[in-house]
Ligand binder design. Structure first.
Ligand code: 5GP
Ligand code: ZN
Length: 123
């Protein structure tokens, strides 16, 4: 379930402090320590899975739960801002060191409140 020397496993076990936005049986959502958007959250499965390159078939259900939580966040942020429509957002997932992953416990970046393509980023 957990891996020693993994910062996210320590956060999940509350051995390291973080700002927790949401927690379920399988997932935790925390604020990114170095936010790149007004809303920059990390959606993290509690089980230590390195990344999408090595996820096992029996672990794939967690991706659906991660998507569900992203949808819920967009609705909740809208409600906080008195908006009736869900806020728009980006999900970023870095898988592997050469793809920019720096914490090797799978997570999705949830980014809202800013157009990340305005600064020239193109996909
Ligand atoms: P990655 O580079 O692996 O896609 O994303 C890792 C993210 O974790 C980075 O955006 C980084 O700011 C964030 N991060 C690293 N250490 C901590 C920490 O101790 N607490 C929190 N809340 N975020 C962290
Ligand atoms: Zn971990």
């Amino acid at each position: 379930m957990f891996s020693s020397n993994c910062i996210f496993c320590k956060i999940i076990q509350k051995q390291i402090p973080s700002t927790i936005i949401k927690e379920t049986e399988d997932l935790i959502v925390i604020k990114d320590l170095y936010p790149k958007s007004p809303y920059h959250y990390l959606i993290i499965p509690k089980k230590h899975i390195e990344n999408l390159c090595v996820i096992k078939d029996e672990e794939l259900f967690i991706l659906s739960k991660m998507g569900q939580v992203a949808r819920d966040l967009s609705i909740e942020i809208a409600a906080q801002n008195n908006q009736s429509e869900p806020v728009v957002f980006n999900l970023v997932s870095n898988n592997g060191a050469n793809a920019g992953q720096s914490v090797f416990h799978m997570h999705w970046h949830f980014l809202a409140g800013k157009n990340i393509y305005k600064d020239g980023l193109k996909l």
